[in-house]
Each structure stands twice: as C-alpha cells, then as structure tokens.
Write a protein that binds this ligand. Structure first.
Ligand code: PLP
Length: 241
C-alpha cells in the first residue's frame, strides 16, 4: 500500500503536469487535502509530508480534529454545506468557508467572526449542474450575492467554488471559468476552487486555482455522520474459512 507521503507526491506531480499542459505555473494551484471522515493520525501524516491546507465537510468533526492535532501554520477550509446553527463554530474555527450560498449565512458569519481573528475568507458556491444538486447559487445570481457579501466587515470574498457532477463535460467547467473571469476584476477575486481526485486535470485546464483532493491522498473514505456520500452496498458476509 502506498503511503500518504507517496500519494501526496503523486498528486503534486499530477498538478504540475496539468499546469504545464495548460501553460500555467503549478505554484498558482493550491492543493487542498480533503480529510473528511479521515482519522486525525492520517492528517498528521499529511502534515509531516508538508501539507498545510485541509478541507473538512462537517464543522463539529473538523473542530475535534483541530483540537486533537493542534497543527501549527495550517489553514482549515470548510467545504461542506453550512447550516445556520453551525455558523458560530465555523466562524470561530475555520480560515475559509467555501460553500457560501446565502446572504443570511454570510451575515451570520460576519457577525460571529471574532475581531481577534483575521477576516474569514469565503467563496461563493456556484451550482453549475442545474437541478442535480441543491447546494450553491445559480450562475445568474452570483453577482447579486457577491455584492451583498462584499461590504460585510468580517468576511473577505475571494472567489468561487463549484462541484460539477461526476462526468460533467468540459463546457460546465468553461462556464464557471467564464463567470469567474467576468467578475474577477470588479470583485478582486483570486480563487477558483474546482477539481477533485477524478477531474483535477480538467479543472486546472479550465483555470482552477485550488483543487480539493481527498481519495487520491487518503484513500477511500469510511462513512460516518451524515456523510454526503451515498452508503456503500452491504459487504458480502464472509464464511469462516
Ligand atoms: C469529498 C469532497 C472532495 C474530495 O473528493 P475526492 O473525490 O475524494 O477527491 C472535494 N470537494 C468536496 C466539496 C467534497 O465534498
């Protein structure tokens, strides 16, 4: 079995190759290690291999790992849906929230972000897959939400995030890139969070500045609390041999 160190090296190579193929600098693509449902010791291994940005989907689970690990110099990104009863903890513990899709949540986060912390970095999640997903705002609504978020004093709007459905064609990615490019000067965007283990090459070809990689670093996920991944089929019962 390959180690997390080796997996990270392989992912970094994929990013470098994809960036080179797109005529981009690999240094302009941030690797976010998606550690949802993975136990703290695996995050510690990734940290030891130089990884400094981690993405988590569940606020409470993430806070427990932060407390268990106390890793210095690490950036924590919330990449799962955020409900209003979790905004206070999210505002206290995360450096980034990538899944902003309502003005209400944005106002709560800004109001709850302590003055002793830097402003919370946020991305607007864009629903590029139409009806297939409930999360994110429609492309046509992004500008309106961005203008509502911009003046909030404790938030720093950095750009857009999207989760194209598996197998989505390049047009989806191009659509998001077009939206991002159209807004980036006016809104001073610097982050397009797009691409996962299976589509990082396409995402980088289409301008992603941050890729969110779970499986290719940590291996398959065990399922736990309210995971967004559909449950696995039951394992066949093994006969005692
Ligand atoms: C789980 C998750 C990822 C990582 O997916 P992999 O296919 O394991 O790389 C990326 N982004 C979001 C929003 C996720 O929920």
């Amino acid at each position: 079995m390959r180690s997390i160190h080796d997996n990270l090296q392989a992912v970094r190579s994929r990013i470098a190759r994809a960036a080179a193929a797109a005529g981009r600098e690999a240094g302009n693509v941030t690797l976010l290690a998606v550690s949802k449902t993975q136990p703290a010791p695996l995050l510690a291994q990734a940290f030891a291999a130089g990884q400094r940005a981690f993405g988590e989907n569940y606020v409470q689970e993430a806070a427990e790992k932060m407390d268990a690990l106390r890793l210095p110099g690490v950036e924590w990104h919330l990449i799962g849906p955020l409900q209003s009863n979790k905004t206070r903890l999210a505002a206290a513990r995360f450096d980034w929230v990538q899944t902003l899709d309502s003005e209400k949540i944005a106002r709560r986060l800004s109001g709850q972000r302590s003055g002793s912390l830097p402003p919370l970095n946020v991305l607007i999640q864009v629903n590029v897959s139409g009806e297939a997903s409930k999360s994110g705002v429609a492309p046509a609504e992004v500008l309106l939400l961005a203008k509502a978020i911009k003046p909030l004093p404790r938030l720093r709007l950095r750009g857009l995030m999207a989760i194209p459905e598996p197998g989505a064609d390049a047009a989806r990615y191009q659509e998001l890139k077009g939206l991002y490019d159209g807004l980036k000067d006016e809104l001073r965007f610097d982050t397009l969070s797009l691409g996962m283990s299976d589509d990082l090459e396409l995402a980088i070809a289409c301008g992603a500045t941050m890729v969110r990689i779970g499986t290719a670093i940590f291996g398959a996920r065990a399922r736990s609390r309210g995971n967004d991944v559909p449950p696995a089929p039951p394992l066949p019962v093994k006969d005692a041999a």
